[in-house]
Design a protein around this ligand. Structure first.
Ligand code: SF4
Length: 369
């Protein structure tokens, strides 16, 4: 038997600086911040509602088009804010309707956004950071490390761009998943502002229950998020049923160990009464054996009925050496969880013909530069 050296714990991650762009984008401001800005600039606060309407309901492409604002105000807005913070540099469309965008930011960094078609509507998967420093061993997004956090406006603009594409066919963004490139709980303040903007009744008005945030397990911010008292869904990327294996797959576990993560999840359940989805990427021969399923059920049984497991057949990533779990083994894993009354679903694949897994299109783009 191969004996592996125990992995040493790592220090908690140092908080990251928020990204403050040289010039704020039109999507960086909340309604209240627009009201403040207007008052400071000698304008009536009610104009904030009009600006919101142009940005999120009419979804215009410039301040110039905001025809119920005076010309001097439009000029002031143009001089003070960026309007276009994302430039589309590539788009891939899958046979199943999945659309993947590669966007360039004002500083030339590239990010990905994905629209996925479901029978219940269109969901948009957004990116929160340029790259990622979490280092999950099965993920292409972390290969080049982290460049910077996104501003709230850069996250909002991804959904607005997706909605503009859907406008052509009269469809709308019905749900949002914060599962694209980056760890959203490492960019907490911008993520929170994004959530409030998306949920705002004068904005895109996407119901909190239709928004899901996924974290790799930044424990302090799970507590913080539990205390926000929002109706947003939480998903935890667990991917292993114990400390040892999780540390090998996800270095973040050496900073915030498994037991601390499970405690934080239980706090979330007690505080919010809301269910947690546990994401489990199945990797052939690594974490997909029957004993792993039994161990996972044992860990989660105390959280019933407020837990659910989402099994994800891992996507092949060229730079990583993980194999897909065989179909029969995926079902066997699911059956074991269900035998212990843990609800478990198998995630439907989206865009497998267009490298829609997180970070793959961006990784190709970086290679070509
Ligand atoms: S899975 Fe998420 S948290 Fe982990 S490295 Fe990839 S982007 Fe970062």
């Amino acid at each position: 038997m191969l004996l592996l050296e125990p992995l040493k714990p790592l220090k908690p991650l140092k908080p990251l600086e928020p990204h403050i762009p040289d010039k704020l984008s039109a999507y960086d401001l909340s309604l209240e911040e627009w009201q403040d800005w207007l008052k400071r600039n000698g304008e009536a606060a009610f104009r904030a509602g009009q600006i919101f309407d142009w940005l999120y309901v009419k979804r215009v492409g410039s301040f110039e088009e905001m025809s119920n604002l005076s010309k001097p105000l439009r000029e002031k807005l143009t001089a003070s804010f960026e309007f276009v913070s994302l430039t589309e540099i590539a788009r891939q469309q899958s046979k199943d309707g999945t659309v993947k965008f590669l966007f360039e930011l004002a500083d030339k960094n590239a990010i990905e956004t994905v629209i996925m078609k479901h029978n219940y509507g269109n969901s948009v998967c957004v990116t929160t950071q340029v790259g990622c420093r979490i280092g999950c061993t099965f993920c292409a997004s972390t290969l080049g490390g982290l460049k910077r956090n996104l501003s709230a406006g850069e996250i909002v603009a991804q959904v607005v761009q997706a909605q503009r594409l859907l406008d052509a066919t009269g469809e709308r963004v019905s749900s949002i998943v914060i599962m694209g490139i980056g760890e959203p709980f490492e960019n907490y303040d911008a993520m929170l502002k994004f959530l409030k903007l998306m949920n705002h009744e004068k904005g895109l008005n996407i119901g909190a229950r239709h928004i899901t945030v996924s974290t790799s397990g930044i424990v302090p911010n799970i507590y913080r998020f539990a205390d926000e008292n929002m109706q947003i869904n939480l998903a935890i990327s667990i991917h292993a049923p114990n400390d040892e294996l999780r540390s090998r797959l996800m270095p973040v576990n050496r900073r915030y160990p498994f037991a601390e993560l499970i405690e934080a999840c239980k706090y979330y359940l007690r505080t919010t009464g809301r269910r947690i989805t546990f994401e489990y990427a199945l990797m052939g021969g690594v974490n997909d054996k029957k004993e792993h399923a039994e161990e996972l059920a044992e860990v989660l049984k105390d959280m019933l009925p407020l837990c659910h497991v989402n099994l994800i057949p891992v996507n092949f990533v060229l730079e990583r050496d993980y194999k897909r779990t065989e179909r029969d083994d995926i079902f066997a894993f699911q059956r074991i969880l269900e035998k212990h009354n843990i609800p478990a679903t198998i995630r439907r694949e989206h865009g497998s013909d267009i490298a829609a897994a997180c970070g793959q299109l961006r990784a190709k783009h970086l290679e070509s530069q």
